[in-house]
Design a protein around this ligand. Structure first.
Ligand SMILES: Cc1cc2nc3c(=O)[nH]c(=O)nc-3n(C[C@H](O)[C@H](O)[C@H](O)COP(=O)(O)OP(=O)(O)OC[C@H]3O[C@@H](n4cnc5c(N)ncnc54)[C@H](O)[C@@H]3O)c2cc1C
Length: 481
């Protein structure tokens, strides 16, 4: 015996929070929606965990970063769910799902049934053991996917203050954690097999800028090799990291950021899985191969019209937010809901730097701006085989400039002379004289960060200040998630 709901969201992360808000806006009744989450807290903005949460002073803590503050919307506290009659089943893992019977079996032994299910199970961090290296359970080895990981990381950082950390992995988590460790006065060596950081997105030129910046903060890089073993003391704590190239790195702590895997397990054999992109395959309404089941966020592989409707699975917060809003519209208002026409958008903030990327990083790269200083803005366009701009990256832009690069990736104008594009650089996007402007109502897939408004408004006033004074000011006011 168990409870029955009209709508169940499986997973209580970013997508769940945004879907809940959208359900209430579209008028669901009390007792119709249930969210089941393994985590013991209501949905929160996960990006905060590698940013504001790790600050040494005045760190971000719940309830300050519950969804949906990341998109400047309401903050959905447990009280909010209660007031809206939404059942939060927290600290509860779903152990199995039966999509034919439309039921979920939870770790507490309850069977919860649904009329419509939204799968929002996100992803899990890959463990060292999956690459044949033992030691993930050592007390000073950290991963970062959820609040429990982040709290543990804070404790380990505090015990390792003034010591050395080895960061395994040169992606998002590696870069953001390395910056936080330095801010917490811990020396950092980053180890990764690629030729440069953020190899899936950055060009060698863009990566060189960030690596130089990180080096100026004392971060060391060891590239082209991987971890071979962890050396532990009698307490089981890691004291050194051994690398495949024979080097031994003494360590007071280790942070592992070697990628994620979507949480599809419960549905394998029941729903169509996109083997190539590794997620649950959905259509442009976010509907899976079963009509009662939808999937959103990191776990969903959906068609992207901007890429010729090829399927993609994106591991970024904006996609989780927007796919969640779209799925609720698809479910509650199917006739008036079009296809999910998403413009990929990623961002990161490290130290006093801040970048945004839109579109697709495929094709020829045209860099622009001054990459030789830390003064930005600089960036790059990606131009496809037909000569169209399909992707754009910008570091240190203003709100208008970020909107301009988003717009250009939507319009995808054909560009001729690449040298001219490089020399016009950001001005080309900002001018808007490349093609028909989008109308005001067009959704460009934008989430412009609140601190950028502040940056833009204050920029004119601050020109008289030195760069270091500016960096200090900016660092103090940056949003913390
Ligand atoms: C530390 C960190 C920093 C990030 N920073 C950025 C950033 O700066 N920019 C950016 O674009 N993206 C960033 N991301 C990525 C972004 O947070 C994710 O894309 C987003 O959280 C995906 O949302 P989701 O709802 O699909 O999954 P999640 O937010 O991961 O939520 C999934 C939820 O499902 C639960 N769950 C899974 N399986 C079960 C089960 N069987 N039973 C019950 N519950 C289950 C999980 O416990 C979790 O609560 C970051 C991610 C992390 C981890």
């Amino acid at each position: 015996m168990g409870r029955a709901f009209l709508y169940v969201i499986l997973g209580g992360g970013v997508a769940a929070g945004y879907a809940a808000l959208e359900f209430t806006r579209r008028g669901i009744g009390h007792g119709e929606l249930c969210i089941i989450s393994e985590e013991p807290v209501a949905p929160y903005e996960r990006p905060a965990l590698s940013k504001g949460f790790l600050l040494p002073e005045d760190p971000a803590r719940l309830p300050s970063f519950h969804t949906c503050v990341g998109a400047h919307e309401e903050r959905l506290t447990p009280k909010w769910y209660k007031e809206h009659g939404i059942e939060l089943v927290l600290g509860t893992r779903v152990m199995s799902a039966d999509v034919r019977r439309q039921t979920l079996l939870t770790s507490s032994g309850e069977t919860i049934s649904y009329k419509t299910l939204i799968i929002a199970t996100g992803a899990r961090a890959l463990k060292l053991e999956e690459f044949g290296v033992m030691g993930s359970d050592a007390p000073n080895v950290c991963y970062l996917r959820n609040l429990a990981d982040a709290s543990r990381l804070v404790n380990v950082m505090q015990s390792a203050a003034g010591g050395k950390a080895v960061v395994i992995g040169g992606g998002y988590i590696g870069m953001e954690c390395a910056a936080s460790l330095v801010t917490n006065k811990i020396s950092v060596t980053m180890v990764f097999p690629e030729e440069h950081i953020m190899a899936r997105l950055f060009t060698p030129t863009i990566a060189a800028f960030y690596e130089d910046y990180y080096s100026s903060k004392g971060v060391e890089f060891i590239k082209g090799t991987v971890l071979s073993s962890l050396e532990t003391n009698s307490l089981g704590q890691v004291v050194a990291v051994n690398l495949k190239d024979g080097r031994r790195l003494p360590a007071d702590m280790v942070v592992v950021g070697i990628g994620i895997r979507p949480n599809t397990m419960l549905f394998e054999g029941q729903l169509t899985i996109d083997e190539k992109n590794g997620g649950i395959k959905v259509d442009a309404k976010m509907q899976t191969s079963n009509r009662s089941v939808y999937a959103v966020g990191d776990v969903a592989s959906f068609p992207l019209p901007l890429l010729g409707s090829r399927n993609r699975r994106l591991e970024h917060v904006d996609c989780a937010r927007k796919s969640a809003i779209h799925v609720v519209s698809s479910i509650m208002d199917p006739k008036d809901t079009g296809n999910f026409d998403y413009l990929p958008f990623f961002y990161s903030r490290v130290f006093t730097l801040s970048w945004q990327f839109y579109g697709d990083n495929a094709g020829e790269v045209v860099h622009f701006g001054d990459l030789s200083s830390f003064q930005g803005p600089f960036g790059a366009y990606w131009v496809n085989g037909k000569g169209q701009i399909v992707g754009a990256f910008l570091e240190g832009g203003s709100k208008d400039e970020y909107e301009a690069i988003a717009r250009i990736c939507r319009v995808q104008p054909v560009v001729g002379d690449r040298l001219d594009l490089a020399s016009r650089g950001l001005e080309f996007a900002v001018s808007g004289d490349y093609g028909p402007p989008l109308s005001a109502g067009d959704d460009m897939g934008l989430v412009v960060e609140r601190q950028l408004y502040a940056w833009h408004a204050a920029a004119g006033v601050l020109v008289a200040f030195s760069i270091s004074a500016f960096a200090y000011w900016y660092g103090r006011r940056r949003r913390r998630w």
